[in-house]
Design a protein around this ligand. Structure first.
Ligand SMILES: [Fe+2]
Length: 330
């Protein structure tokens, strides 16, 4: 049987695609298997930190086996673009399946899942009607009430980038100053820590990505589930441009040795089947309308997500870093 298997592999594995991935979700394995089953194309995975993978592709140069770079956050995808890692893809499948906002104008990279950055509040201490917009968090009404991680975090940078796009540099600067003035404590920890601090009453309100909250809700640890129940969620800016969303995404590597297979993989990621698997690994939202959502996400109903093109989150990144530096939000 061992011989038969190895013979089978050597004959059918002529086609392959090499994916450099900064995503580490168990469910991604099912995603790759489904692609191989559907197309006969073998998937090889190299996992690593986003910046490490970018540097590795550059170091390997023309000899790089990398076909696809997959990572999270538009800011990071844009960084890869700036480093010359991506080449243009023109695909009718991607053009028709993905919303405009999820496609780089030159097809250099694409968003395949969405994560929203939302406001959390302590159900006992805080009336959610007071903070229905990101702007409210910077108001003089909430001194010492807000928890958020450092401004050097890419999620906060991307939120600032979206504000720069929507409201301009000056108003974004004022907002960041307001946040710095309203902090309950020096920025510390990750997104989950901000939500737990709200549950513990250390701050009344916090900013964090939605999936960290879903993780707490689904936790095996009763204390974490209990903490999540003390915390309410607000999808900001429903009366204006909608809640800020970031993406998990991918692009075709400039030096890709298996271009055709790689494009097939990107197109596969936009299929209903793959959309569900891609999103579910991290409790994210599929970007193709009508695809099954996680029951918790489904229970939140429809809400307005900001539809600015994901490229803006990268293009405005250097400005958002300067804004944060000037604001005193460390
Ligand atoms: Fe995250």
């Amino acid at each position: 049987m061992g011989i038969a298997t190895s013979m089978a592999v050597s004959t059918v594995s002529a086609q392959e695609v090499n994916i450099y991935s900064a995503r580490h979700y168990d469910s991604d394995l099912a995603l790759y298997n489904a692609f191989t089953e559907q197309t006969g194309i073998k998937v090889n995975i190299i996992e690593g930190d986003s910046d490490q993978l970018i540097q590795r592709i550059k170091r390997e140069g023309i000899a790089s086996p990398a076909d696809i770079l997959m990572t999270i956050d538009a800011g990071r995808l844009w960084r890869a673009e700036q480093e010359g890692v991506f080449q243009s893809v023109e695909s009718d499948v991607l053009n028709s399946r993905l919303p405009d906002s999820m496609r780089h104008p030159d097809g250099l990279w694409f968003g395949f899942s969405q994560r929203v950055r939302v406001i959390y509040y302590n159900r006992e201490n805080f009336d959610p009607s007071q903070a229905q917009r990101y702007e409210d968090l910077a108001s003089a009404d909430f001194p010492g009430d807000i928890c958020v991680r450092t401004s050097s975090n890419i999620y906060n940078q991307s939120l600032l980038s979206s504000m720069i796009e929507r409201r301009g540099v000056e108003e974004t600067q004022e907002w960041a100053e307001g946040i710095a003035a309203n902090l309950a404590r020096d920025p510390q920890g990750g997104d989950t820590d901000q939500i737990l601090a709200v549950a513990a009453g250390e701050c009344d309100v916090a900013l964090a990505n939605h999936y960290y909250y879903v993780r707490l809700l689904k936790s095996d640890n009763p204390a974490q589930r209990e903490a999540a129940r003390k915390v309410g969620i607000i999808f900001p800016n429903q009366d204006s441009y909608g809640t800020h969303a970031n993406v998990g995404g991918a692009g075709l590597v400039t030096t890709s040795p298996n271009r055709e297979e790689a494009v097939k993989f990107l197109e596969f990621l936009a299929s209903d089947e793959a959309q569900e698997m891609f999103a579910v690994g991290n409790n994210e939202f599929p970007v193709v309308p009508g695809v099954f959502k996680d029951p918790v996400l489904e229970s939140w109903g429809n809400f307005k997500i900001d539809e600015i093109n994901i490229t803006a989150l990268g293009v405005n990144n250097p400005e958002s870093v300067r804004v944060a530096d000037r604001s005193g939000w460390r």
